[in-house]
Design a protein around this ligand. Structure first.
Ligand code: ADP
Length: 401
């Protein structure tokens, strides 16, 4: 008896590979392949997919809903709701999906949940609206990534201490009260100090990145009023902004045609990690300062829009080309042109911003007009005032949420 109830009494013929060569290729590859029609009814499953899902045989599975064999769970094995299942959404909307990292329950026939395979899953749609789902086991990749991140975090941690010592001694040498040096030596030491500060910054950023990547820190969500929090963080940068001969304007932003729009909100509630918000705004404001020539302006704003809290950091700086804009959130990416070459940086700041924002179930995007400026937008889930009150009461009563 079949484990699965058939969808239709007279099954449609299964999709066949067009040539014997294609059939052989699909039979021998290690990646799982499942092809369904536009309704998600399975028409083809290759041997690797049969093995990985533990569904017994391809025949058993044809003409059933793909979800009855491709049981996705979170990477830690906990259940995945439809609302958070990206494959489910992509199958319904017909949007392709790339490198979706998720867990696969590899015992679909027995129903046991003790075998979870981490997979990278992609979805392509052909001209006949068939859904082509491919997935591969990434257990080895994840183990390697974890080793790499262990190494990076130990190395950066160990290297931060000597760098701080070098920085301390250079400061002593540059201080007229502790050392006497000539102007040439001062020039050399100032360059050495800039380089050691850059190294210190790089190690700190690397540590911050690996801490979240390898799960050593997790967001600590608390209910907060975001307008006052963002304002308070912005104020800590007011001296640095003034020193760079820039203006700080709170409560307004640039729109997509780069005109200034003033939109002040009294209160916007969110459920966020306050340290993450500090790091995100800090990175975006520091970039705005770095990439905006003296005399320019930096705008910081926060508004509520439906169920989202939207934070924008806009500047009137050098801007970012359309090509660079596609890559700036990648690890170590730095735009390389005559304007940016002399400005120090690690290429990790915006990766950190993206990583931390996504960890709080938010998203980040950037718009820019080269020569005019850039706008960075952070969108986070927003709480209604009732939800905020409820969570505050829970926090105050039990200390848990
Ligand atoms: P970096 O340490 O190089 O600043 P980031 O990851 O913070 O690294 O930024 C990546 C790249 O994006 C930068 O090298 C720069 O070219 C560009 N960039 C970021 N913010 C701005 C901005 N406000 N204006 C212009 N370019 C920017």
């Amino acid at each position: 008896m079949s484990l699965f109830s058939k969808k239709s009494p007279a099954p449609e013929p299964a999709i066949k590979a067009e040539t014997p060569l294609a059939e052989t290729a699909l039979a021998v590859i290690h990646d799982g392949v499942i092809i369904t029609d536009h309704e998600g009814t399975a028409k083809f499953i290759n041997p690797a997919a049969v093995t990985m899902t533990g569904c017994g045989s391809a025949e058993e599975f044809l003409n059933l809903d793909y979800g009855s064999v491709l049981k996705l769970v979170k990477l830690n094995g906990s259940p995945l709701e439809d609302a958070e299942n990206e494959l489910f959404r992509a199958m319904q909307s017909g949007q392709p999906l790339d490198d979706y990292r998720i867990g696969l329950s590899g015992n679909v026939l027995t129903g046991s949940t003790d075998k979870i395979i981490p997979i990278s899953l992609s979805l392509a749609i052909d001209s006949a609206r068939n859904r082509i789902i491919t997935f591969r086991n990434i257990a080895k990749d994840l183990a390697e990534e974890s080793e790499k991140s262990d190494f990076i975090s130990t190395a950066s941690h160990e290297m931060r201490t000597p760098v701080a010592t070098i920085d301390g001694y250079i400061s002593l040498a540059l201080n007229p009260q502790t050392a006497t040096i000539d102007e040439r030596a001062r020039g050399y030491l100032t360059s050495a100090q800039n380089a050691s500060k850059h190294l210190g910054h790089l190690f700190q950023n690397l540590l911050d990145v690996t801490k979240l990547d390898d799960g050593r820190i997790k967001p600590k969500f608390v209910p907060v009023e975001l307008v006052s929090l963002v304002k308070q963080i912005a104020e800590t940068y007011s001296t640095a902004i003034k020193d760079a001969h820039l203006n700080l304007i709170f409560g307004s932003q640039k729109n997509s045609s780069f005109s200034e729009v003033r939109r002040v909100e009294q209160v916007v509630y969110g459920f966020v990690d306050v340290d993450f918000i500090r790091l995100i705004i800090g990175n975006l404001v520091e970039n705005a300062v770095k990439y905006t020539p003296a005399g320019g302006s930096i705008y910081i704003n926060i508004v509520g829009s439906g169920d989202r809290a939207i934070i924008t950091i806009s500047d009137t700086g050098i801007g970012i080309s359309a090509d660079d804009l596609q890559h700036i959130f990648e690890k170590f990416y730095r735009a390389d042109n005559s304007d940016t070459r002399t400005i120090g940086g690690t290429g990790l700041g915006l990766y950190l911003v993206k990583q931390r924002t996504e960890a709080m179930n938010g998203s980040v995007s950037a718009e820019s007009i080269p020569g005019k400026g850039s706008v960075f937008t952070i969108s986070l889930p927003r709480l209604s005032s009732e939800e905020y009150e409820k969570r505050m009461i829970a926090l105050n009563n039990k200390g848990v949420l």
